[in-house]
Design a protein around this ligand. Structure first.
Ligand code: SF4
Length: 489
């Protein structure tokens, strides 16, 4: 699920500028985040889009009579499903099979890939249309199809651009948030060998024409799944382009690859989730298309697949499920709202996280799924401001879990000697009110002495990292405590 390759597979073609995770080594988050934070074009592109979506979310949530209660309900539904996942997975299997579908359980990405390739081979598949799926990104399935010689195309416009640019998505919902119009126009000029045209409509029509032909010829359609309803065996996919609708109706074989955590028990639970997903992701009350499917075509049906397969992939999720402390993180419905709200994500974009799951939820689940030793810096990639928790439609307490992961890291002996000494000194200083007051007085005097024209522009290490890119306002002459005391006299 990260930007490395597995030892079994040859390296997929990806852009040289993407982060590399060297086997056996901890991912160097600082290096990539530092470079991204200096890239003004990237910051502008990311900031424009996420701020718009974040504002849209806040606005559309106000349409609901009691948004907070709905978020609580959604969190409870997901938590109940996770707490009883063994029951609901078996119920789902029976529901899908009763309607003529085939359910496959995959322990990990390799097994899921093997199952899917077997289905393709035994049915003589040649061309594949894929709709957007983070799970297939997680196991690099698109690259595997390409390596195996299939004519495979991503049908979501953003994912199509990622595919032809040998890039990686940098946002869960809007994969090309890091690209501006001009860079897409340059890419299309080179890929389609046509004159440069950066009109968004012209670009979309160019991609549409190319994809139409692929839709017509494909014999294998692949989707992910935003939700699966255990009671009925239905898969629900939401989108704005209509490509999922095409992928589920025209090819003769349809396969959905979904993580085991995507279940909800009943149709009425799905209604709760759908009220929140579009609003949280893009500020839409509903996405343009909501496709609900889950069986082969019936006698007399004019379209639909001859076969329907559902592959339920674990790939580390049951390990998280088993740890009651972090189970809540599996509630995630991949709406991206926490990314849009996060001040860190806004400054560095998604690639720096080294995983297909960036932002606050990525900082949590990437180490949980792949090992905290490989991603020790991600839990620290947060200001713990709580904006992610406020935005999350299923109320995952992301800051709390990030702190717990930091604790786990310390338990494993992580952290430099200097860091440990600094924290010891800090704990001693905060130990009594007298020491705290003394330390506060000392730092206030120091900062006031250093300040020029109302700002402190440089402080010695470890604070120098802060002043390297921003100034600190000089402390006020009188403290809040002084003012408080004076007002009560
Ligand atoms: S953690 Fe919450 S806000 Fe973030 S993507 Fe998942 S559901 Fe959305």
């Amino acid at each position: 699920m990260n930007f490395t390759t597995t030892s079994q597979n040859p390296a997929p073609r990806v852009k040289a500028s993407l982060p590399i995770i060297e086997p056996g080594k901890a991912y160097d988050f600082d290096r990539y985040a530092d470079a991204a934070a200096r890239d003004e074009r990237l910051k502008r592109a990311v900031d424009n889009a996420v701020v718009r979506n974040d504002r849209g979310r806040a606005q559309r949530m106000l349409d609901l009579p009691d948004p907070d209660a709905l978020r609580s309900l959604a969190g409870q539904i997901k938590q109940h499903t996770l707490d009883n996942l063994d029951y609901y997975l078996l119920q789902l299997k029976k529901s899908v099979e009763a309607r003529g579908g085939v359910v496959h359980f995959a322990r990990d990405g390799e097994e899921a890939t093997r199952i899917i390739l077997n289905i393709c081979q035994s049915n003589g598949v040649k061309s594949i249309i894929k709709s957007k799926s983070m799970v297939s990104e997680e196991i690099e399935l698109g690259h595997t199809f390409e390596r195996e010689g299939y004519d495979v195309v991503e049908t979501d416009l953003g994912e199509f651009i990622v595919q032809i640019d040998h890039d990686k998505p940098s946002h869960i919902v809007t994969p090309i948030i890091h690209k501006d119009r001009q860079s897409i126009a340059e890419l299309f000029r080179d890929y389609f060998k046509t004159p440069y045209d950066d009109d968004p409509k012209a670009l979309t029509m160019q991609a549409r024409k190319h994809l139409r032909d692929k839709f017509r010829r494909a014999d294998f359609g692949m989707t992910g799944g935003n939700f699966i309803v255990a009671e009925t065996g239905d898969i629900c996919c939401v989108e704005n382009e209509g490509n999922v609708r095409q992928s589920t109706t025209s090819p003769r074989i349809l396969l959905s690859l979904v993580g085991i955590e995507k279940l909800v028990p009943r149709m009425q639970d799905l209604a709760v989730m759908l009220k929140l997903l579009g609003r949280s992701a893009t500020g839409q009350p509903m996405t343009v298309y909501t496709s609900i499917f889950g069986q082969p075509r019936l006698a007399g049906d004019r379209d639909g697949p001859e076969q329907f397969h559902l592959v339920l992939m674990d790939n580390g999720r049951s390990r998280i499920l088993a740890s009651e402390e972090y189970r809540e993180t599996l509630r995630c419905i991949r709406c991206g709202a926490c990314l849009n709200a996060c001040p860190i994500y806004r400054k560095i974009g998604g690639h720096s996280y080294g995983s297909v799951y960036p932002g606050p939820i990525g900082a949590l689940i990437t180490p949980l799924l792949n090992g905290i030793e490989t991603f020790p810096d991600l839990p620290k990639a947060s200001s713990l401001c709580g904006a992610c928790y406020e935005a999350c439609p299923v109320k995952i307490n992301i800051p709390k879990h990030l702190i717990n992961l930091r604790r786990d890291l310390l338990g494993r002996g992580s952290g430099s000697k200097i860091e440990k000494k600094v924290y010891k000194l800090y704990a001693w200083m905060m130990g009594t009110p007298a020491r705290y007051k003394l330390a506060a007085l000392g730092s206030r005097l120091f900062l006031r002495f250093t300040a020029r024209n109302g700002f402190v522009r440089r402080v010695p290490p470890p604070g120098s990292g802060w002043t390297q890119i921003r100034d600190i306002p000089a402390p006020a002459a009188r403290t809040f405590r002084d003012e408080w005391k004076r007002s009560r006299r």
